[in-house]
Design a protein around this ligand. Structure first.
Ligand code: MN
Ligand code: MN
Length: 292
């Protein structure tokens, strides 16, 4: 079950209303790296998780992300509060009102006119939140890696938002939210490495012929060697012939067909064969002017 506490996880103090800034904050409310996506990501993973430690951690973090959603949503609501009031009560001249809701030059009018100044489940560009933001696959070694990356991305978006405001209260709440994503990233990394082995993901091992091979497929000036393709860690294959048909076959595709299928395929090929010996006049030529 869930229980709600009326006190926020972090106190939200907004010095003055700013609908344009509110709109930017929506990125972490209804955007791909936002708190709703994070909460849903960990909550749905927790429901299916059978490992007691991971299940507990995922529920703890999912619930904290909902608390973050509440903090960032409250910031949006506070930043919009003044404009919301003046728009609803029409206390200003139309032109002045128009200026106040579009002041920051982004889509802040959309938040006001369409969503009444409330935190809408959209990103800062107005795109609707969608479950496609969550890429869980139901395997802990894959999902934890994705969670680590999700926390890294959320941290980066917060960092950018922090750089966009000089309101000390907003900055401080964003710094808290950003810092918590650092903490979550650490927990997910610890959880990943608490499971041994955790690589490769899943159960099936890779084919040892190819698991530690590096194909130098892009060749020319700029070829570079490092630990990611070093001879200590990989067999480095640069010869073009050795990059083809690595299974030892001829590299040409084949398929078994029934006699009936074979006949149909041949009929189709005969009906659609290209004639390299003709030069047909086409619509492009019929409609083209004389080249001078
Ligand atoms: Mn969060
Ligand atoms: Mn997080």
């Amino acid at each position: 079950m869930f229980a709600h506490n009326k006190r926020l996880q972090y106190t939200v103090r907004v010095s003055e209303c700013n609908p344009g800034l509110a709109n930017l904050m929506l990125e972490q409310f209804g955007g791909p790296q936002g708190e709703l996506a994070a909460a849903c990501r960990y909550f749905t993973q927790a429901l299916a998780e059978d490992d007691p430690g991971r299940k507990d951690m995922l529920m703890d973090i999912a619930t904290e992300e909902l608390s973050h959603l509440e903090v960032i949503g409250t910031i949006v609501a506070m930043l919009n509060k003044g404009a919301k009031g003046t728009l609803a009560e029409a206390t200003e001249e139309a032109a002045e009102l128009y200026r106040s809701i579009t002041g920051a030059g982004n889509d802040s009018h959309l938040t006001q006119v369409l969503y009444g100044g409330g935190p809408a489940l959209i990103n800062s560009g107005g795109a609707l939140w969608n479950a496609g933001y969550i890429d869980s696959i139901g395997d802990p070694s894959a999902d934890l890696r994705s969670n680590i990356a999700a926390e890294a991305r959320a941290k980066i978006v917060y960092e950018r938002l922090i750089n966009l405001t000089d309101d000390p209260g907003v900055k401080s709440a964003l710094q808290f939210l950003m810092t918590r994503e650092i903490a979550h990233q650490q927990s997910f990394e610890k959880a990943l490495y608490s499971m041994t082995p955790n690589f490769p993901p899943g159960k099936l091992p890779g084919d040892p012929h190819f698991a530690n091979v590096y194909f130098n497929m892009s060749q020319g000036e700029g070829d570079m060697r490092g630990s990611w393709n070093s001879d200590e860690n990989f067999t480095y294959v640069t010869d073009r012939d050795e990059q083809c048909a690595v299974d030892g076959g001829d590299g040409y595709a084949e398929v078994g067909l029934t006699a009936e299928e074979q006949a149909a395929v041949e009929d189709l090929a005969a009906r659609t064969v290209s004639d390299p010996d003709i030069d047909p006049t086409t619509g492009v030529e019929l409609g083209s002017g004389e080249v001078r």
